[in-house]
Design a binder for this molecule. Structure first.
Ligand code: FES
Ligand SMILES: [Fe+2]
Length: 419
């Protein structure tokens, strides 16, 4: 474990970082940096916490813990999704302990103060004369739904660029009809690495040789420029070029946006959206590249639509397919421990065992996540070793550089006191 680091020291490391190189060890291992990450990144940006189908009915909720914060995301009686701090307005007790569930009113387990699903205090016994219940509503947390993906922001004044992100990405996502989906499976794993190592690992395919199951459908050239294709990827790249031209014509005919929009750094809410082809039968990210659910999403009539990808800083990535959606939320637990929550969603009318086989649905990513968890654990061990020094990114790791640049910009803005 590293010794204490002042904020001034951290700012010095932020400003002294060598671009194009991995970060200095304390960014991954120091508890002081971790606490700063929770404050400056997770406390001030739009954080992906789940999707609307996770709270399909009024009273359905999920709770999300971010450092010392705990947030309730629930659907109110008017069917709007809202977020509240999971803190009773009496003496502060945590209101909801479960990770998910369904409730009528929210009743505090301590002295039974009772709130409706809009957060209003509707019952409190023996409170004395002059008590004004209207002054003790649950504290709201900013919430934004983008095509059914749910983001919260703990800051008083959230980054306003989320509206621009929504305007750009919703035309890509809406055809998949996420709001008309249901959760088929959700799997949490805890990775033995810093949350940034989990994100960095997601942002490159330099290591995709370690993912034979994923590589059957997903081209291992994601993020590669043509001139960076090495011999091990040449055949796949040639196939990619041919299928990409074919799929682009299909997307154009179907009115599906496909052009890459890459704004991963230089703004609070960095994002990347693109539609890409899939290999072989090209239908879905499954072991045989065919759909896992026969009930296609939205108004799709053809299963062969490739993959609609979305990456968001700081903590998520998503694949929208013709038959299912898979979302990934990265939630920091400790400097060296990170929760990865993977959720597979299918059309709400799809019947398990009839229209879809859950094992086929989850198998590729369950396997791939385990492989990535091993890479992340190895990376965390390595950066914790006194012999570690930052190493150069490959040109194919440009999205990792974007992530690191974004992260350092955000710390700089926070520590430097800029807006
Ligand atoms: S702390 Fe919630 S009712 Fe007392
Ligand atoms: Fe991976």
């Amino acid at each position: 474990m590293s010794s204490a680091i002042s904020r001034q020291d951290i700012l010095g490391m932020v400003r002294g970082r060598r671009p194009g190189y991995s970060l200095e060890a304390p960014f991954y291992t120091s508890r002081d940096v971790f606490e700063l990450d929770l404050e400056a990144v997770f406390g001030r940006h739009w954080i992906f916490v789940g999707s609307e189908p996770e709270v399909p009915e009024p009273g359905d909720y999920v709770t999300v813990d971010l450092g010392r914060w705990s947030v309730i995301v629930l659907r109110d009686d008017d069917e709007n999704v809202r977020a509240f701090h999971n803190v009773c307005r009496h003496r502060g007790s945590r209101l909801l302990a479960a990770q998910s569930g369904s409730t009528g009113n929210l009743v505090c387990p301590y002295h039974s103060w009772t709130y409706d699903t809009g957060g209003r205090l509707v019952h409190a016994e023996s409170v004395g004369p002059g008590f004004e219940a209207g002054c003790f509503s649950l504290k709201p947390v900013h919430l934004k739904s983008i095509s059914g993906l749910l983001f919260i922001c703990l800051a008083d004044e959230p980054p306003e660029d989320i509206d621009e992100v929504a305007a750009v990405v919703e035309p890509y996502l809406d055809p998949h009809g996420l709001r008309e989906c249901k959760v088929a499976r959700q799997i949490d794993i805890v990775e033995d690495g810093n949350w940034k190592l989990v994100m960095e690992n997601n942002r490159e395919c330099y290591h995709c040789g370690g993912h034979p199951e994923l590589g059957f459908s997903l081209f291992p050239t994601i993020g590669y420029a043509e001139e960076d294709i090495g011999p091990s990827r040449r055949a796949a790249y040639d196939r990619f070029k041919r299928i990409d031209a074919e799929m682009t014509a299909i997307w154009e005919r179907g009115g599906l946006p496909w052009r890459q929009v890459l704004r991963l750094a230089g703004r609070p809410t960095g994002f990347l959206v693109e539609r890409t082809p899939l290999d072989r039968d090209g239908e879905s990210i499954t072991a045989d590249t065919r759909v896992a659910s026969q009930r296609l999403l939205g108004d799709f009539t053809s299963p062969r639509l490739g993959r609609q990808g979305l990456h968001l800083q700081p903590n998520s990535w998503h694949h929208f397919l013709s038959d299912h959606v898979v979302t990934f939320a990265v939630l920091p637990l400790e400097p060296g421990r990170t929760l990865l929550r993977t959720t597979w969603l299918v059309h709400k009318d799809a019947v398990e065992g009839v229209d879809y086989d859950p094992e086929k649905l989850v198998s590729v990513w369950r396997t791939t996540n385990a492989q990535d968890a091993a890479f992340v654990a190895g990376a965390h061990k390595g950066v914790s070793n006194p012999a570690y020094e930052p190493g150069p990114f490959s040109p194919t790791e440009s999205w990792v550089e974007h992530f690191c640049a974004w992260y350092l910009e955000r710390l700089d803005a926070h520590l430097g006191g800029q807006p």
